[in-house]
Design a protein around this ligand. Structure first.
Ligand SMILES: [Zn+2]
Length: 424
């Protein structure tokens, strides 16, 4: 039985979001004004042409059935992100909104080939610049630190290579990230046109990133078939971006579940860009992946450009895939466990989620574990039950101790009052 629940109150973790893709139409207008850029006609929809409740920060006007119209909009927006101030504003805007809708953890994907490239005055060539990268990272980190201070939201970053720029370019990006380490850049990814080259072309770049201590999140199985997921896993992916084609190969499904490799599900993005889904999330395999014991997370991918956000993706997932509250809590806990934060941070964020669970939530989690058929899923849910009960007990003891302290304090005051009354 599925109980009605409001996804708005759920804690949420986002693992797949490109920083340039977060730019809302409102933010795009601000950047255009700052850089004196005239945006193309019909770039965004006029008020009244769309539902403001569904698109509170405006809506881009591109035709969702036209892939190149989407790419054009993305490129136009990315081109306006030029200065550290731009990166600060965009990061602050996105992370603040994420925290306001229950975000407890977020990872953002950065592309050094975009944000850290400038013309070298000596050679006249465009190249990766360490000073430019440092200035951008300083601005981005400032925004993340401020949002953490204000809301508690933890943020990490994934540096990504763009596969359609070629294997040599991706290798240079990996070397650049290795040579310019940053404490909040904890992962390396490969994004861009999935049909450009094979994963093996990027093996060297991936091994450079791995040896620099970065974990791998690779886009695969979005446009290409399950063999692309198999290749990504073979080369060390801890997470797969999209992975929509995984169910086409049962061996891939089993491997993902067995090795705890997460599939980063992006419902709205997949509905718009994955032609196999025919524009209908009824054809999306999110439920199938989850029931097969595969860890999934729910993500916007390009929140601003797709006119979505983490909260909306959770609402859509509950509606379209029928995820219950306990399943959604499990999904968020999976995202935190498979995040690229350090062990201590992951533990703390998880503990905070368990603290928010009510006795009803714990009962629902237990029912879910008892009825789970897949062995990987069952085992994981049983751990959730044990962990949530442990946290609840800890909270109970803390509460009792605080009550005893209060009573002791009160009786001491009473005693002191009595004594001083006796003296007078
Ligand atoms: Zn992506």
């Amino acid at each position: 039985m599925t109980k009605e629940f409001n996804t708005a109150s759920l804690p949420k973790a986002t693992l797949h979001e490109h920083i340039e893709g977060t730019v809302t139409p409102e933010m795009a207008a601000k950047l255009a004004q700052r850089h004196h850029i005239t945006l193309p006609d019909n770039f965004v929809m006029a008020e009244g042409q769309y539902d403001k409740n569904d698109f509170p920060n405006g809506r881009y006007a591109y035709d969702e059935s036209d892939f190149w119209a989407f790419i054009n909009t993305y490129d136009n927006v990315a081109d306006m992100m030029r200065t550290p101030q731009d990166y600060y504003d965009v990061t602050k805007d996105y992370l603040s909104k994420n925290a306001a809708e229950g975000g407890v953890y977020a990872e953002l994907i950065l592309s050094p080939a975009h944000m850290a490239v400038e013309v070298n005055p000596e050679t006249g060539k465009s190249e990766l610049s360490a000073p430019r990268y440092r200035a951008m990272m300083e601005a981005i980190t400032k925004a993340a630190d401020e949002v953490k201070e204000e809301t508690g939201l933890e943020t990490r970053f994934i540096a990504t290579g763009v596969r359609n720029l070629g294997a040599e370019n991706v290798k240079q990006v990996a070397e650049f990230i290795r040579d310019n380490p940053h404490p909040l850049v904890t992962g390396f990814g490969i994004a861009g046109n999935e049909r450009a080259g094979k994963f093996d072309d990027f093996a060297e770049a991936l091994s450079i990133a791995k040896s620099a201590g970065l974990k791998l999140a690779l886009h695969a199985g979005e446009i290409c078939g399950p063999e692309s997921i198999k290749d990504a896993v073979r080369l060390g992916a801890a997470r797969i971006g999209h992975g929509v084609s995984a169910p086409q190969d049962p061996a891939v499904m089993k491997e993902l579940a067995e090795k705890n490799i997460m599939v980063e599900v992006c419902p709205t993005s997949n509905r718009i860009l994955v032609t196999d889904l025919k524009g209908d999330l009824a054809n999306h395999p999110a439920r199938q992946l989850y029931d097969a014991g595969i860890r999934i997370s729910l993500n916007p991918d390009d929140a601003g450009i797709f006119g979505t956000h983490t909260g909306k993706e959770h609402r859509i997932s509950a509606e379209k895939f029928g995820f219950t509250k306990a399943e959604m809590l499990d999904i968020t806990l999976c995202a935190v466990e498979n995040s690229f934060a350090d062990v201590k941070t992951r533990k703390q964020v998880k503990e905070n989620i368990y603290k928010k669970m009510t006795a009803d939530d714990r009962r629902e989690m237990k029912d879910l574990a008892d009825n789970a058929k897949n062995p990987y899923l069952k085992k994981r849910l049983e751990t959730r039950v044990a962990e949530s009960e442990k946290t609840a007990k800890k909270l109970e003891i803390q509460k009792r101790r605080a009550k005893t302290m209060k009573t002791m304090k009160a009786s001491r005051f009473a005693l002191l009052a009595q004594k001083s009354a006796g003296r007078s």
